[in-house]
Design a protein around this ligand. Structure first.
Ligand code: NAD
Length: 370
């Protein structure tokens, strides 16, 4: 059995608390012979700044470049508010994304039936929801040049950001979306603003050509990004895979996240280019939530987003689809049993700790294995 090399970067705040629950799951999978992992642990964010004066050290970056998957907790917190801009905790996350060239961000929005009443939308609109937002992560308006504020000399200033996409950037993110769709509901909705943006015209053209050339078996729709935002809250179950650029993806994935209840439930994956020989991709898996300084150290954080992120690593980095399905099913079974952490307890007065939720998911995994 292949041994998969993990780099664990727990980070700050609740990061180490939720990461400890992933370690239990990975260890159990090793003991059961489901998968074999070799892991190292590094520092990122404020923890790395305290130790090395930078948001991630060169040696931890090297480990990240050499491993099969980075499992990332969360960074940040008020303790580091006054740290110089280039060394702030988030700089560690941005460096990882940039140096590993993680251009594809995958954010599933799944609404477990047991939590449908926690959504801000009605139960019948969100119950059983399972969509995947694929966001381009390394291009577009967040990175395009020129990017500056210039003084016009007449008492006015001008702020400039540049939205720019080249054909290859659109093709490679489109390919990720179409390939994912083939393993899910076989439908892609591509989104841009071609009615007012040239980059949107090109996006539409390139996705349409790619579809015709390589993915004609997948159903493709196009939807303007503003309309898609509206449809996401009107009837989200019409979507399977949504592919969009960095800016629209940032906003639309946050909208989608609210359909599912709590931030503590949302995993994500960021993938790099596939190696032409091995097919392997650099990859990082992380919960969508931050370091939650308001609850850090209290032992009440929800570990589900972190454990589900590890589940995505099993699926997308290690080709262990059955093990990933087992993790998802264990989470669903625990929620069905009524067990809740504080963030998803709804009107109930009782809730379990981070460790108790992790233990319950482990027990559900054991039950599924036997
Ligand atoms: P946050 O996601 O940390 O917290 C928002 C709210 O959700 C808080 O009330 C928090 O208690 C709750 N919450 C988040 N995760 C939870 C979990 N697993 N279980 C239970 N409740 C949970 O966002 P924020 O408060 O805006 O930011 C806090 C810090 O985290 C900031 O320094 C911010 O920059 C950083 N941040 C980091 C990341 C990251 O590391 N990827 C992402 C977002 C924010």
């Amino acid at each position: 059995m292949a041994t998969h090399k993990l780099l664990l970067l727990p980070g700050d705040g609740i990061g180490p608390e939720v990461m400890a629950e992933v370690v239990k799951v990975a260890d159990w999978m090793g003991q059961e012979g489901i998968a074999s992992f070799e892991s190292e642990t590094g520092l990122v964010g404020g923890a790395a700044y305290d130790a090395h004066g930078q948001a991630i050290s060169g040696s931890d970056m090297k480990l990240a470049m050499d491993c099969d998957a980075v499992i990332f907790g969360a960074v940040g917190g008020p303790k580091w508010d006054a740290v110089p801009y280039d060394m702030r905790p988030e700089a560690g996350l941005l460096r990882l994304r940039k140096d590993l060239a993680l251009f594809a961000n995958l954010r599933p929005a799944i609404c477990y039936p047991a939590l449908a009443d926690d959504s801000s939308l009605k139960r019948d609109i969100v119950e059983g929801l399972d969509i995947m937002i694929v966001r381009e992560l390394t291009g577009g308006v967040y990175f395009g040049e020129p990017k500056e504020i210039i003084d016009l000399g007449n008492g006015q200033k001008r702020g400039i950001d540049t939205q720019v996409y080249d054909t290859y950037e659109i093709e490679r993110i489109g390919r990720v979306a179409f390939e994912l769709a083939r393993k899910r509901g076989n439908k892609v909705t591509s989104s841009e603003k071609r009615n007012v943006m040239k980059s949107g015209v090109l996006w539409h053209e390139v996705i349409t050509a790619l579809h015709k050339r390589e993915f004609a078996d997948v159903k493709l729709d196009h939807m303007l990004a503003d309309a898609l935002g509206m449809q996401l809250v009107r009837w989200p179950k019409q979507f399977d895979v949504i592919v969009t650029d960095n800016l629209f993806g940032d906003m639309l994935s946050d909208v989608a996240s609210m359909l599912t209840g709590s931030l503590g439930m949302l995993p994500s994956a960021s993938l790099g280019e596939a190696d032409p020989i091995t097919g392997k991709r650099r990859a990082m898996y992380e919960p969508v939530h931050g370091s939650a300084p308001d609850i850090a150290g209290k032992g009440i954080a929800n570990p589900i987003a972190m454990i589900a992120s590890f589940g995505m690593a099993l699926r997308y980095s290690f080709n262990l689809g059955d093990a990933a399905d087992m993790v998802d099913k264990a989470i669903a079974n625990v929620l069905d049993s009524g067990l809740r952490t504080a963030d998803i307890k709804g009107a109930s007065t009782s809730f379990v700790s981070t460790v108790e939720m992790g233990d319950a998911i482990l027990a559900a995994l054991r039950a599924l294995k036997t």
